[in-house]
Design a protein around this ligand. Structure first.
Ligand code: ARG
Length: 457
């Protein structure tokens, strides 16, 4: 039975019905819908809007429906949306008293409330996964605080750093993601129920009571806004998109680090795949998919921004399109975080290969320029001199480490034997002890801060 059949003389066209129905996807929030209805009828009973005994019958009916769906005894089908489905099932179980459930409520405030409950769960789940990942990255940062490797700019060796410094960088990104989701959760956790179709209700509802029963911090201030606001979805999706972006970046790193030319990391067999034609191949498919899946979540965000951008107040059916992007982003984000965290635990790091790479490729050229500048040569001049030394080394097949001192002196008489300490990759790392730097002592401070923020989440 349709919830709105009274005014109509003809049935909805079959194709229009298929097009209109949201049950095939909004069934995913049956738990939230039933929780919302249980709280609503409890409030209706407590305020005397309906008799307490009726509220109790409705509540028991709703809980039996929940139990039967959970247990696979009741199939969700044959209705326009999850709200109609639950109401129809209720009426067929408890009779006409079930028809009192929708007093002082519209599907417009109901669906907005259900979705907020869903997004709140999605955010909470992702926050706890992110916390686990950040904790793991902080441990890896600590473990590899001394392991020198090159830092890259333009994907060319730039300056020496440590693997720990890299892990701390990603830990900072994922920690911001968790903080962002936590912040967005504050605005998600506001209840629109009681806003009715658009301009609230004439019944003396106790919104504070319903909010308390559902764990909301507060209620929406304006009913037109409350039923039509989907900012909370967009905020969640943009926070989710940033998590995926960060996952995509670290997995791009892993793709090329695991390749033959770099061979910095060894992906576990359990997280790699083979080729159907090339027997030697071990492909980083999981990393690539983690990179590729970001596209879906960016798409979910773009879809929601587009759905909402031209909508007048208040509810419009366009907003039914708000659910699939949330479900898709939630599913994608949760499995991506889970698989990456599991893969990271089993990934091997070849710190010797990294150290060798840090020694080559003139990654200590900045040290030479800084060495001269520290001895009073203006930095621009020092940069110019060092550039000439690098060119000379390339021409004669030398490195900054094995160029004899008398050759250094030909470029500037400021050079002394201590230049060889300066161009040692480990020294270069240890000297960067300012806040943000890669020196092990500074990294220890960064990790402490990370863990403190993590605890505060
Ligand atoms: N299935 C609808 C949605 O997801 C529920 C709200 C229907 N409201 C209405 N006025 N038709 O948005």
């Amino acid at each position: 039975m349709k919830l709105w059949s009274g005014r109509f003389t003809a049935e909805l066209d079959g194709l229009a019905e298929e097009f209109n129905d949201s049950l095939p996807f909004d069934r995913a929030m049956y738990r939230q819908d039933i929780a919302c209805s249980v709280a609503h009828c409890t409030m209706l009973g407590a305020t005397g809007i309906i008799p307490e005994a009726d509220a109790k019958t409705i509540k028991d009916g709703l809980l039996s429906i929940l139990d039967d769906i959970d247990g696979g005894r009741l199939k969700i089908s044959g209705a326009e949306d999850i709200h109609s489905f639950v109401e129809n099932a209720l009426v067929s179980r408890i009779g006409d008293v079930g028809k009192k459930l929708h007093t002082a409520r519209s599907r417009n405030d109901q669906v907005a409330t259900d979705l907020r409950l869903y997004v709140r769960d999605a955010a909470d789940g992702a926050i706890s996964q992110l916390c686990e990942l950040v904790g793991m990255l902080a441990d890896l940062a600590e473990k590899h605080a001394q392991d020198v490797m090159p830092a890259y700019t333009h994907m060319q060796k730039a300056q020496p750093t440590t693997l720990g410094h890299y892990f701390s960088a990603y830990a900072n990104m994922f920690l911001r993601d968790a903080e962002r989701l936590k912040d967005c959760r504050k605005r998600v956790n506001v209840m629109p129920l009681g806003n009715g179709a658009a301009v609230a209700t004439t019944f003396p509802v106790d919104r504070a009571l319903t909010a308390k029963l559902l764990g909301f911090d507060s209620v929406t201030e304006n009913s037109l806004d409350g039923v039509s606001d989907r900012d909370f979805v967009i905020e969640y999706l943009s926070a989710a998109a940033l998590v995926m972006l960060h996952l995509s970046r670290i997995n791009e790193e892993f793709v090329y680090w695991s390749g033959g030319e770099f061979a910095f990391i060894k992906l576990a067999d359990e997280f790699s795949t083979g080729s159907s034609i090339m027997p030697q191949k071990k492909n980083p498919d999981v990393c690539e998919l983690l990179r590729g899946k970001s596209g879906r979540v960016f798409g979910d965000l773009a879809a929601m921004l587009t759905v909402m951008k031209g909508l007048p107040l208040a509810y419009n059916k366009d907003m039914q399109e708000d659910k699939e992007p949330v479900f898709d982003a939630d599913k994608t984000l949760r499995i991506s975080l889970a698989v990456f965290t599991k893969m990271l635990q089993k990934t091997g790091f070849d710190t010797d290969a990294m150290a060798r790479a840090a020694d080559g490729g003139f990654s200590c050229a900045t040290e030479v320029a800084d060495y001269l500048a520290a001895k009073g040569v203006p930095f621009r001049t020092a940069h110019e001199i060092t550039g000439k030394i690098v060119r000379h080394c390339i021409d004669c097949g030398r490195t900054l480490q094995d160029l004899p001192l008398d050759e250094y002196k030909k470029f500037s008489d400021v050079f002394d034997a201590d230049v060889f300490t300066a161009v040692d990759a480990r020294t270069a790392v240890e000297r960067r002890s300012v806040v943000g730097g890669c020196a092990p002592s500074e990294l220890a401070r960064q990790i402490k801060t990370l863990r403190k923020r993590l605890k505060g989440l």
